[in-house]
Each structure stands twice: as C-alpha cells, then as structure tokens.
Design a protein around this ligand. Sequence first.
Ligand code: AMP
Ligand code: MN
Ligand code: MN
Ligand code: MN
Length: 278
Amino acid sequence: MTANVDLHCHSTVSDGWLTPSEVVRRAAMNGVTLLALTDHDEVSGIDEARRTADELGLDFVAGVEISVSLFGETIHVVGLGIDHHHGPLLEGLGAVRSGRGERAERMDAELAAIGIHGTLAGARRLAGNPALVSRAHFARHLVSIGLMPDVNTVFRYYLAKGKPGFVQHEWATLEEAVGWILGAGGIAVLAHPARYRLSGLQMDALLDRFIACGGEGIEVVSGAHTPADMQKFASVARSRGLLASRASDFHGENESPVDLGRCNPLPADLIPVWSRLI
Ligand code: AMP
Ligand code: MN
Ligand code: MN
Ligand code: MN
C-alpha cells in the first residue's frame, strides 16, 4: 500500500464542517493512510478521531494548530504527535481560546458600525464549539444571509486585515506555542508559510526564531499553496534543514480547494516529517 499522508485538517471542534469522526471516515474513503487532526487552539476532538481511526485501521497522530502573533500578522504553528493531555499545553491553549470571545464581540461591533447587525449571534449558531468562534463562522453566516456569494469573498471584503470587520488580536507568542508543543512531546511545524504577508526579511526572521526555539518542520505541500509556493518552500526546507509536511488544511467540501489526502506529493529529496512520527 502506498502511503498517503495528510497532517493538517479541521473538525467541528474548531472551524471544520465535519465532526472528528466524520473527518477520519472521509480521510479513509480518500485513501489516507496517516492522518493528523489539527483543530485551531483545541484538542478536544482527538480522542473521538483516534477511536474512529482505530476502528478503520488508519494511522492517526494527535495534532493542533496554534494561533500566534508575530510582526502584526497571525502565524499558525502545527503541533504533531503531541500528548493532548499535557497540562501546560492545555493551559496554553485555554489562554489562547479565552481571547476569542472578546475578539468576536469586537468584530460584531465593527460590522454593526457599517450596518451589518447580529453577526456574532449568527456566527455562534454555526460554531460547533462555543469556545471557538472563528472568522470562518462569521464568514459562513454572512454567506448564509445572502450578503456575499462565498466565504472567500467575505474575507476579501470584510474579514481580512485592513477590512472593516477585522480586529487586531494578540494570540500566543511564537516561543510560547513552540514551547507548549515541545513540552507535550510533539514536533512543531510552520503551517502554510506562503499565506503570511511578510517581507523577505521578516520571513527570514520568523524562520530564525522558529528554529532557534525548537521548530523542526514546515508545510511544503499545503492546500493553501500554489505549485510555485511549494517550490519556494521546498528550497527553504532544504536550506534550513527542516522536515517537510504534506497538509490539505481541509475544512469542508465546499470551502477547501484540496480534499483530505488529495495534495501533491512531497518532492522526493525532502525528509518527510512523518519519518519522525511512525
Ligand atoms: P481565525 O482563527 O478566527 O482568525 O480564523 C481563521 C480561519 O479563517 C482560517 O483558519 C481559515 O479557516 C479561515 N480563513 C482565513 N482566510 C480565509 C480566506 N481568505 N478564505 C476563506 N477562509 C479563510
Ligand atoms: Mn480554519
Ligand atoms: Mn491555518
Ligand atoms: Mn488549518
């Protein structure tokens, strides 16, 4: 059997459309042989996902995607192979999640100020986990009321940085997030690096700091990457000696460009991060 590895996806525990168990079933249907569930700032879906993976004979890795603030941007760090019961990790994630409620209220107020009312109530209705209201839930609400045709367009007009519904928020520091992952016995992987709006110097500084505090991996193949992004970050993995990850970042059928397990293969010369997970 050829390996089909997917080390980044979301369930209803954060902003995915499928329950943890449904995510694993879909992955199995798509031929995934090794899966990590990596919900935003939350690990409460791991036990359910692992039970389903065990039933289906799929290899499963406990994961998380932690929100970090750096250079005024939000950076995502994926932790793989974590002990999802580790106290300091759980405390850290709890602290990151606790900022979301107040942020959501500020987003609601900003949108109300431009005449779009009731967005937090709408977002809450769509969120599977009340502690994890994400911009994705606001976006889905605005699509559901017919204001915008799709989630991507909502982000472009309302929710991306600089748009009226965007509020600046301080997540974890890079060092905190990597520290929680390492403390829980995991490997820290920089998620979808092409997504960040950073200058070349800032990207170099991000990589310097990430590696200095113990980060070891980078998503080279990501559902959020173009083929050119993939080539660029394959070079980064080579020059920085980073382990390479393959990651759909699947959220749901109608929202994600790449389905579970349907990413391109990693360039053959890179060292896959899963060589350290199995
Ligand atoms: P948050 O963690 O609340 O800031 O929400 C971030 C989430 O919003 C990401 O994990 C994606 O699921 C979603 N997202 C961000 N940008 C876009 C976009 N341009 N189009 C669609 N979804 C997006
Ligand atoms: Mn998301
Ligand atoms: Mn992300
Ligand atoms: Mn993600």
